[in-house]
Design a protein around this ligand. Structure first.
Ligand code: GUN
Length: 294
């Protein structure tokens, strides 16, 4: 069994970007700039955005957080988005989700300038991805594609089962992995809460990607020997003995499934670190497009 090390791979990717940033800084260009907007003070969201900001700074970006109170109106948020769209010193920005229920997330996402949409959530970027045009890819699917590529895992003609049809993980992945290109060409099954007899599908799959948000959902008796497992689940399980009071587990019962898998991602340290690395890569792409760098 080979453990897919997302932490190391993410570090490699960040190093690659850092080297490029240093090169262009020496030519006199300003640093890339990533802004995060957080409405409210959900502790998990705050941890994520702080981590994005810290890692951006580590590789030579400017990065800042706009934290707004929970009561912020939709119009106030749309005004801030308009300012970010017009600010030529902002290369990319993200609106951390979920937003409070009095704000229409779809309306907010539609207001983002697609050239600065480094989360890849704007319908224009999702549409470009669908037709195979260059686009900002959502960071988690992009990170999974990159892990598969860097570990030389073949996808051509393989049976891939994706469990979970969310707009930010499962659905984009189903498109990317079925595309007619190197790193695609898979036969994809997208399973969800209405899927009948999931085990029938999972026992046939050469590659299983879980993104459903249920701790230890995929068990050893549901997979075949030699399966490749990519676990995009991040679930908090109560653990009173720990300092934080919880520990992170994936959607896969790692202990059992790892005995049958040929490749497997751990949680934490698998897909999670890749998500931030790919967000930074998207921001770097936005910067290069802005300055027409190659
Ligand atoms: N909430 C959970 N994941 C994400 C993400 O990748 N981007 C944003 N903006 N919000 C999230």
């Amino acid at each position: 069994m080979i453990l897919i090390d997302g932490k190391n791979t993410a570090a490699d990717i960040k190093k690659e970007i850092q080297t490029e940033v240093a090169h262009w800084r020496q030519q006199g260009y300003r640093p890339p700039n990533l802004v995060a907007v957080l409405v409210g003070n959900d502790p998990a969201s705050l941890t994520y955005v702080r981590s994005k900001e810290r890692q951006a700074k580590q590789i030579g970006f400017n990065s800042s957080l706009i934290q707004l109170p929970f009561e912020t109106t939709e119009q106030t948020l749309l005004n801030i988005i308009s300012k970010l769209n017009h600010d030529t010193k902002v290369d990319g920005y993200i609106i951390q989700l979920p937003l409070p229920s009095h704000i229409d997330s779809q309306k907010v996402i539609m207001a983002i300038d697609p050239h600065k949409d480094v989360d890849g959530f704007h319908p224009l970027n999702l549409g470009k991805m669908l037709v195979g045009l260059p686009a900002f890819l959502p960071a988690t699917p992009y990170g999974i594609i990159e892990l598969i590529k860097r570990y030389d895992i073949p996808t051509d003609g393989k049976d891939v089962l994706i469990i979970g049809r969310s707009l930010i993980v499962g659905r984009p992945l189903s498109i990317l992995l079925s595309q007619k290109r190197t790193g695609g060409n898979a036969t994809v099954t997208l399973a969800h809460s209405h899927t009948k007899n999931l085990k029938h599908h999972s026992l046939k799959a050469d590659i299983i990607i879980t993104a459903l948000g249920q701790p230890n959902f995929l068990k050893a008796d549901m997979v075949k020997d030699g399966v490749v497992i990519i676990d995009a689940g991040i679930n908090e399980l109560a653990a009173p003995e720990t300092k934080r009071g919880y520990r992170l587990v994936g959607d896969v019962d790692f202990k059992g499934v790892s005995l049958k898998a040929s490749y497997i991602t751990p949680v934490p340290g698998g897909v999670g670190p890749m998500t931030i690395a790919m967000l930074l890569k998207n921001t770097w792409k936005a910067y290069k497009l802005h300055f027409k760098l190659s």
